[in-house]
Design a binder for this molecule. Structure first.
Ligand code: LMG
Ligand code: NDP
Ligand code: PMR
Length: 400
């Protein structure tokens, strides 16, 4: 796919693909945005709404690190006798900082969500939730370390024991190791960025699919956070090192750095590339879920680029000079900057907005913060690659 070479000019916004006007837009060029809010939301899944009430009651005996008990998710009867929808039940991974935390906050403020913050550091998550001012009746913290597949399975067991319904899953957590010279590895020996960002989430979402299927909530969603930097049809995605999964030979051999490369394409280790590759896997996984399960289940599978949230903990391992210059660079030069609060509102829309139920899509936002359906790079939208990544990943995580 041709790179949008026009992108350094402020006036050069994304051009819709022929025949796809009003549908697909590329990640913006300089700004990561398009001028046009073009989405015709597919509201069809709303028609699946059932009125059955949930059986869930907060369970005091659940085996998990939990201090907060949420409001029972039952249909509430209004004074006039009208039933209102029960609270939605959402799991957000990596909700202890950055985008995950601000999304939890945005959802909590609506009082319509019971939020499970799935975090590796319980105390950090608890402090984060408190200092963000999230009301305690709206959230529960459960332990999840995506860098351990045992922990992922344990989390799913704990979640099920809590007796909650499951309506939405947000795969948000990620690690980024831009300065690492040598790879580090997950508990099972996978390179840590792909192991955490992709394989941990892959197992988690595969297991939780059964729970989503059981939900009686009007719109069930599985959301996986993607990024512009994994998309080589953008300027940002062309800053070296570029994402490239190659023929997946490293992934197929287990990314263990021993008898195989730690990189998906089998090349030399590069932490920034591993992160971008993991984001490509996230976007491919979302589409493969869509192809395999949307029609059968009605579940919405979506990905997104929330904007450049240059202030988050994602850049904690970058050199201090980068952390100093990156926010003003994004704010004043690329204008791709978005605050944590704004990005959280964007992801909260993908969780709960009745107009964002379309499945198989990658959402982005324009400068007025209106969502639009964006186009991913050729590699990130390659169905054959998506199938191969899916099949290799299910072997690696022990599902096949
Ligand atoms: C790698 O370096 C690191 O090695 C790695 O560890 C990891 O951090 C990784 O992506 C993360 O980055 C990338 C490095 C090298 O880029 C830099 O950050 C160096 C800065 C180079 C300075 C360029 C001047 C920009 C002016 C901005 C001044 C503001 C200063 C704030 C800086 C904050 C930090 C971001 O990258 C390079 O090799 C440099 C190339 C940079 C441009 C890449 C553009 C891709 C070109 C694609 C073609 C575009 C087509 C457009 C055509 C236009 C026609 C007019
Ligand atoms: P942060 O570092 O602030 O948040 C990442 C979260 O992931 C943290 O809560 C972190 O936990 C958690 N996490 C990391 N490793 C694990 C693990 N092994 N198990 C469980 N949780 C883990 O970064 P952001 O908020 O920026 O990133 C959130 C998402 O947004 C990521 O998917 C990222 O790729 C994406 N994104 C970010 C952009 C940006 O500009 N910042 C742009 C585009 C996409 P802890 O708090 O314990 O460290
Ligand atoms: Mg990038 C043109 C717009 C643009 C946008 C929207 C981003 C987003 N970046 C842009 C441009 C550039 N960046 C340019 C021109 C450069 C060279 C100066 C540049 C550099 C750069 C670096 C070194 N950018 C980075 C880094 C990182 O380490 C970040 C990264 O790649 O992490 C994987 C990053 C990012 N730039 C972005 C976004 C969203 C990131 C954060 C990473 C992500 O989550 O995808």
């Amino acid at each position: 796919m041709a790179l949008q070479a026009t992108t350094l000019l402020p006036s050069a916004f994304s051009v819709p693909k022929e025949g796809k006007a009003n549908k697909s837009f590329k990640d913006s060029s300089l700004f990561g945005v398009s001028l046009r809010d073009c989405v015709k939301a597919d509201l069809s899944s709303l028609s699946r709404c059932k009125s059955k009430s949930s059986q869930w009651k907060p369970s005091a005996g659940a085996v998990r690190a939990e201090t907060m008990v949420a409001t029972p998710a039952v249909n509430r009867v209004m004074p006039e006798g009208k039933k209102t929808l029960r609270k939605g039940s959402v799991i957000i991974t990596g909700a202890s900082s950055g985008l995950g935390l601000s999304t939890a906050k945005a959802l909590a403020e609506t009082d319509k969500w019971d939020i499970v913050m799935a975090c590796r550091d319980f105390l950090k998550a608890e402090r984060a939730a408190k200092s963000a001012g999230i009301a305690k009746e709206n959230y529960t913290i459960m332990h999840l370390d995506l860098a351990s597949l045992d922990s992922v399975r344990q989390f799913v067991d704990n979640f099920r024991q809590s007796g909650r319904p499951l309506d939405v899953v947000v795969c948000n957590a990620a690690v980024y190791q831009p300065t690492a010279r040598e790879p580090s590895f997950t508990a099972e020996g996978f390179e840590i960025s792909v192991g955490t960002n992709h394989l941990g989430h892959f197992l988690l979402s595969r297991l939780l699919l059964d729970d989503l299927k059981k939900s009686d909530y009007p719109s069930r969603r599985l959301i996986i956070v993607g990024s512009i930097t994994g998309n080589t049809n953008t300027l940002a995605g062309n800053v070296p090192p570029k994402a490239n999964l190659g023929d997946l030979r490293g992934l197929a051999r287990g990314l263990n750095g021993l008898n195989s490369s730690a990189m998906i394409d089998g090349g030399d280790f590069d932490g920034a590339k591993a992160y971008k590759d993991s984001k490509v896997c996230n976007m491919l996984t979302m589409q493969e879920f869509h192809r395999r399960y949307h029609e059968e289940t009605g579940i919405t599978f979506a990905s997104l680029y929330p904007g450049c949230i240059a202030t988050t903990g994602l850049f904690r391992e970058h050199i201090p000079l980068f952390r100093l210059l990156f926010p003003p660079f994004q704010k004043y030069i690329t204008k791709g900057f978005v605050s944590e609060e704004e990005a959280g509102k964007r992801l909260a829309q993908v969780v709960s907005d009745p107009s964002l139920t379309k499945s198989g899509v990658y959402w982005s936002w324009n400068k007025a913060s209106a969502s639009f359906e964006n186009q991913m790079s050729q590699e990130a939208s390659d169905p054959e690659k998506a199938r191969k990544v899916w099949e290799i990943s299910e072997k690696l995580v022990g599902l096949a």
